[in-house]
Design a protein around this ligand. Structure first.
Ligand SMILES: [Zn+2]
Length: 132
């Protein structure tokens, strides 16, 4: 995966933490305001990035009417707030594909099979700590 792609994946989670639940269209808008994002993913790949990230869940849907009056249902995404209780915990739930090089060095394989940076003082990953 490209560095830009990894950065976008991390940024998506940070933006959800900061601004709360949103659709992929709202996420695309937020990403365009970020100077360090070279290319904003297409709506199609953005929905894949949102739905395949274990840190993110769909929390509902929103009816949106387009320019010609056709109503479509758009999923609304949010951080999995049962899993992630504060900003620091975002790094403990990152999968290896989005880790920074430093996090990759610190990551350990948990008994559950996930490779994660463990929260300080714990011998298991945050998913296991939260039973999630
Ligand atoms: Zn675990």
């Amino acid at each position: 995966m490209s560095a830009n792609n990894r950065r976008v994946r991390r940024l998506i989670v940070d933006l959800l933490w900061e601004f709360g639940e949103m659709t992929k269209e709202e996420m695309a808008e937020k990403l365009t305001t970020k100077k360090n994002v070279r290319t904003v993913p297409s709506p199609h790949s953005l929905s894949a990035l949102l739905s395949k990230n274990p840190q993110i869940i769909a929390v509902g849907s929103e009816k949106v009417e387009n320019a010609v009056g056709i109503k479509a249902s758009h999923l609304v995404y949010d951080i999995d707030r049962n899993l992630i209780h504060n900003r620091e915990e975002i790094v403990y739930t990152r999968s290896p594909t989005v880790m920074t090089p430093k996090q990759k060095r610190e990551a350990i394989m948990c008994g559950c099979g996930r490779i994660r940076v463990f929260p300080p003082g714990y011998t298991k990953c945050l998913h296991c700590v939260r039973n999630n």
